[in-house]
Write a protein that binds this ligand. Structure first.
Ligand SMILES: Cc1cc2nc3c(=O)[nH]c(=O)nc-3n(C[C@H](O)[C@H](O)[C@H](O)COP(=O)(O)O)c2cc1C
Ligand SMILES: [Fe+2]
Ligand SMILES: [Fe+2]
Length: 289
């Protein structure tokens, strides 16, 4: 569930050669094309479409872009190239790249690093080595639409942090070990700006988001307890309230109580990921929990 929405960030490098980095869902295509053409210089087409990730929220516009810009070369790694064929039946005008390959756009020289399983097997990042800008796809992303501010210095990151955590815990979290490997690569690249495919762009404090992802993917937790319960007639709920109260009396300030039949699972997963303690309360019905 996305009560605050989610942003799909697609990027354009406007150089001697033009390159799009990832696209968006096909449903929002007309908005996307309008914005794209409004920033492209008069008469310019698209030379390259770099595909970091094949999930349809990012790759959904590939076919339409190919129709609009038939000369455009699609750039992806070996797995991506196979998936582009399987998903969209596109096999021509494709450049296959591997770790460390360089694509020269003029001023900007971009390179590629594989981050498998963050979030799919083909996931990779694109790094503009000239300007030190990392296009990190799902890595370092977060839920919530961008409500005015786009860059980290234009918005209050504290407001976005919970939705970034909820995204991490529900989308990337199960791939904690691959995330650690991706972070190690990013530390070597030393980007000045991190541009994820969802959520704010980190240009003032890129290490803040890396540190958050690092902490969460190392399973480092904050002091606090999450209490999750299910109750039909209220007895388990009664016990849960007593337990939550006693945790509080023991001096723990962050105590979050979730009713499994009412709260959305993604919020519970986010809280459980963040805090050290977890209490599960269930009653017994027909010998099952
Ligand atoms: C239909 C039904 C089946 C139950 N089955 C079991 C059971 O298999 N084992 C058990 O120990 N208690 C069983 N109970 C007792 C409940 O677990 C007990 O009443 C519990 O306090 C209910 O918790 P709640 O008020 O949070 O819903 C059952 C109760 C009902 C109404
Ligand atoms: Fe994804
Ligand atoms: Fe995504």
């Amino acid at each position: 569930t996305l009560p605050k929405g989610v942003s799909y960030n697609a990027y354009l490098i406007n150089d001697d050669k033009t390159a799009i980095i990832d696209t968006i869902k096909s449903g929002n295509l007309s908005d996307y094309i309008e914005r794209l053409t409004s920033v492209l210089p008069e008469g310019r087409g698209i030379d390259y479409l770099i595909v970091n990730h094949m999930e349809p929220d990012h790759s959904g516009s590939i076919r339409m872009l190919r129709h609009l810009y038939p000369e455009m070369k699609i750039v992806g790694n070996k797995k991506t190239v196979e998936m582009i064929d399987a998903f969209y039946r596109i096999t021509e005008n494709i450049i296959e790249v591997k770790e460390g390959d360089v694509l020269d756009l003029g001023h900007h020289k971009v390179t590629f690093a594989m981050i498998p399983m963050v979030h799919w097997p083909e996931s990779m990042v694109t790094y503009d080595a000239t300007e030190k800008v990392l296009f990190s796809t799902d890595a370092f992303g977060g839920f919530s639409a961008l409500e005015g501010g786009i860059f980290d210095d234009e918005l209050d990151m504290v407001h976005y942090e919970y939705e970034i955590l909820r995204y991490f815990a529900n989308i990337v979290g199960r791939y904690a070990a691959p995330t650690q490997k991706a972070i190690a690569k990013v530390r070597v690249l030393q980007p000045k700006i991190i541009c994820p495919a969802h959520g704010p762009i980190h240009r003032t404090n890129p290490w803040h988001i890396v540190d958050l992802y690092d902490k969460w993917s190392r399973h480092e937790t904050d002091e606090g307890v999450v209490v999750v319960y299910g109750s039909m007639y209220g007895n388990t709920k009664f016990m849960t309230d007593a337990i939550a109260r006693s945790i509080s009396e023991a001096g723990i300030k962050d105590v979050f109580v979730h009713d499994v039949s009412r709260d959305n699972l993604s919020f519970m997963v986010a809280d459980i990921w963040r805090y050290k303690g977890l209490v599960l309360g269930s009653c017994t019905y027909n010998t099952e929990l």
